[in-house]
Design a protein around this ligand. Structure first.
Ligand code: SAM
Ligand code: SF4
Length: 340
């Protein structure tokens, strides 16, 4: 996987003047867990033949890097269950070495991290996000349908031992982990890890109504503010998270609030799926096929033109709604298709 970069092309600027510098790539739709808010228990996965090969994913990512992407996140499904995924990470790391790419990172459920942490660090990955909603082994099994908490905790320790900065992502779940969030935060901050809380988004049919899962982060924040001193931080990553520092722990707490706070005006990101579909907005059904132009020729001209066309259609923003009239998915694809 050492295809050379296509010649530098013009930056990707959408119709609303936003420059696209961040690409999220779902390398597989499969996962070794079945978090109840993300997937139904009997998910049907894509036929393997539909997936881009690792070489094709590398070429696609490289085309985006040539068009100005500076940050690349691998996600899924669970990225670390894709066979040979480390060869993709290794290959993409050449763009870190050349300086074309500023950051290569991934979002993982942590179950396979102990095996891969050292090699990730060796490939130049500096920070990763690990999704973890609870520190209670039984609740963890309930949420993930069969996962073992210990494996994830071991994975987190392996990542820290390898020198990776770990950020914990937790989805706030009504009646499930909402009471535990203060202790989850103390635990994360005690290990020098930031914690970001996420609101449940209405994506894909998961076999249970979203009203049963959704708790607004405004409520969670108000509760935390009774126990902790939260001071808003100015910093943003151009993304949906807003951060606060926590006086009592010295740690950082992020809030991703797609349901209660619209963050689209500064959106700098697009997503590609493991079949080469480009989604320019997480909350829209918009989709552009990049697999066809990718496979149509060995040169990147067709691909680059298809990317430009898709960026030209990036919507202004999303409009997720969960209420009694809208207790169904706003977007039919599951989060595991795009990886958040
Ligand atoms: N498997 C990896 C993991 O769990 O980190 C990467 C993919 S997962 C789809 C990415 C993130 O999306 C996770 O933090 C997960 O908790 C979150 N997520 C999944 N479904 C969601 C939903 N319906 N609403 C909000 N967040 C969701
Ligand atoms: Fe798998 Fe991540 Fe979805 Fe959980 S949130 S089912 S770990 S893809």
């Amino acid at each position: 996987m050492n295809g050379s970069l296509s010649p530098p092309s013009s930056p990707m600027i959408d119709p609303f003047g936003r420059t696209i510098t961040y690409l999220r790539v779902s390398v597989t739709d499969r996962c070794d867990l079945r978090c109840f808010y993300c997937m139904s228990e009997d998910m049907t996965f894509l036929p393997k033949a539909d997936l881009l090969t690792l070489e094709e994913l590398d070429r696609l990512c490289s085309a985006f890097i040539a068009k100005g992407v500076k940050k690349l996140r691998l996600t899924g499904g669970e990225p670390l269950v894709r066979r040979n995924v480390m060869s993709l990470v290794r290959s993409l790391s050449r763009h870190l070495a050349s300086g074309a790419l500023g950051e290569l990172t991934l979002t993982t459920n942590g179950t396979q991290l102990s095996r891969h942490a050292a090699e990730l660090a060796d490939c130049g990955v500096r920070r990763i996000n690990v999704s973890l909603d609870t520190l209670d082994p039984q609740k963890f099994r309930d949420i993930t349908r069969w996962g073992e908490l210990d494996k994830v905790l071991e994975g987190i320790e392996a990542a820290r031992a390898a020198g990776l900065a770990v950020k914990i992502n937790a989805v706030a779940l009504k009646g499930l982990n909402e009471d535990e969030l203060p202790s989850l935060m103390r635990w994360a901050h005690g290990k020098g890890m930031a914690l970001t809380l996420i609101e449940v988004m209405p994506m894909g049919e998961v076999g249970t109504g979203r009203l049963d899962q959704y708790v607004p982060l405004s409520l969670i924040r108000a509760r935390l503010a009774q126990q902790f001193t939260l001071t808003d931080l100015e910093e943003t990553t151009g993304g949906p998270a807003r951060y606060a520092s926590v006086g009592e722990t010295g740690g950082k707490l992020g809030f991703i609030t797609p349901m209660t706070h619209n963050f689209c005006e500064s959106c700098n990101r697009v997503r590609i799926t493991c079949t080469g579909t480009l989604h320019t907005c997480l909350g829209h059904e918009d989709a552009s096929d990049l697999r066809k132009p990718l496979r149509a020729s060995a040169d990147d001209a067709l691909l680059s033109a298809a990317i430009d066309r898709a960026i030209g259609l990036k919507p202004k923003g999303h409009d997720f709604i969960i209420d009694r009239r809208h207790n169904r998915p706003s977007v039919s694809r599951h989060m595991s298709v795009t990886g958040g």
